[in-house]
Design a protein around this ligand. Structure first.
Ligand code: HEC
Ligand code: HEC
Length: 340
């Protein structure tokens, strides 16, 4: 009898440990294929052209600001000079924190409130925005058409389509689709390299999927469900851009909701949240995991935002895990010479 139950226990132990060993980790790994629209498939010419445009300050009215000013590779594709709210044309301060453009190729919706669907649709917004690049397309398209070097490159990238707002957006979007996260310590771990992350980070990963419930929203390889939530950063009535997705449609369920940001390379892009109100990953984790910044009087707070009573130690473990999601910087030569 004793022998039998010992054998039984051993069998159970073996099954449990082999289950753990075979936990399907593939959902955490970046899909090999970058999604790309049928009418704008990636080609080397399109990517190269998009890169030049992305870094070219002539796309702004002051000729001082490019996309990279607010989404710079040196800062994990966030503000070149970290600020809580984006700083654009003549020092104007925008109403939201610049998100990273890393892995935006995999997002179904762009902007904190998801108001643009595709990268093509998104790309023209900042140029015309008075507090970003302040450059109307009616001025910009003729300006670019007067630069023969660009006209040539557009013809090579989009033969017969011309240099228009549409091809401009397509080229920039093509470059953005190449801005994807590299292989981090966590990815090595997910691919089976046991020693790639510390025991502390492993504890953090278990908390992330378990007690802390981070995975309810930060799910999949990009650590985002692509959905929108109000995590309780403010109490009382919300105003202006704080209203989040509610601004795009007055649905009660969209009041104050913002898109779940990726956690890939997140160590590089402080400050955090749509309002840039948080400086450290510890504080961000505390807010997301322990019931939001405000516990009461928050209209439409997500039901996933619950006080999980995470201890200091547990928050440290979670942060250690999140740190393993940082990979090497993308190999990239930032252009210094532009078409004339
Ligand atoms: C002055 C700073 C600034 C400049 C310049 C700027 N952006 Fe942004 N960008 C922002 C801010 C702020 C947001 C978020 C706005 C919002 O959600 O309402 C944003 C959002 C985005 C997003 C959406 C990312 C996501 O995860 O939802 C993309 C993509 C993007 N910008 C690309 C660009 C491109 C391409 C250019 C150049 C044509 C550019 N940006 C120029 C500040 C800037
Ligand atoms: C209800 C869904 C939800 C849960 C659960 C959740 N988050 Fe978040 N997280 C978000 C959203 C949405 C934001 C952006 C909120 C904003 O700016 O208004 C965010 C922002 C963050 C940020 C800042 C990222 C940046 O680039 O600004 C970090 C870090 C973070 N979460 C980590 C965690 C951790 C760790 C956990 C588990 C303790 C967790 N989150 C649980 C939805 C969630």
């Amino acid at each position: 009898m004793i022998v039998k139950s010992v054998l039984y226990m051993m069998t159970v132990a073996i099954i449990v440990s082999s289950l753990q060993a075979t936990e399907d980790m593939s959902k955490w790994l970046r899909p090999a294929e970058v999604p790309q629209p049928k009418d704008n498939q990636l080609t080397p010419e399109r990517i190269e052209l998009g890169k030049l445009l992305y870094f070219d300050v002539r796309l702004s009215s002051s000729e001082k600001i490019s996309c990279a000013t607010c989404h710079h590779p040196k800062q994990g594709w966030s503000d070149e000079v970290p600020t809580p709210k984006a700083v654009g044309h003549e020092g104007a301060v925008g109403s939201r924190n610049s998100p990273v453009i890393l892995n935006t190729a995999y997002q179904n919706r762009q902007f904190w409130d998801g108001r643009a669907r595709t990268l093509e649709e998104q790309a023209l917004g900042p140029m015309e925005n008075g507090v970003e690049m302040n450059m109307s397309l009616d001025e910009l398209i003729p300006k670019l058409n007067a630069i023969t070097g660009y006209v040539k490159l557009f013809e090579q990238a989009y033969p017969g389509e011309g240099l228009t707002a549409l091809t401009l957006a397509k080229a920039i979007a093509s470059f953005e689709r190449t801005v994807v996260s590299g292989v981090s310590a966590f990815d090595k771990y997910a691919m089976g390299e046991e020693g790639a992350i510390s025991d502390k980070a492993k504890k953090g990963f278990e908390l992330f999927k378990g007690k802390a419930h981070c995975v309810d929203c930060h799910d999949g390889f990009n650590f985002s469900d692509g959905s929108f939530h109000n995590i309780g950063l403010k109490d009382g009535e919300l105003k202006g851009k704080e209203l989040g997705r509610y601004l795009t449609k007055n649905r009660a369920a969209w009041y104050g909701v913002m898109k779940t940001p990726t956690l890939r390379d997140v160590t590089k892009s402080a400050p955090y949240f749509h309002d840039g109100s948080v400086a450290t990953l510890h504080e961000a984790t505390h807010i997301c995991g322990n019931g939001g910044r405000f516990k009461h009087n928050v209209r439409n707070k997500s039901t996933y935002i619950v006080d999980r009573e995470l201890t200091k130690q547990e928050i440290n473990d979670l942060v250690s895990f999140v740190e393993t999601l940082t990979g090497p910087d993308m190999e990239l030569t930032i252009p210094i010479k532009f078409p004339q």
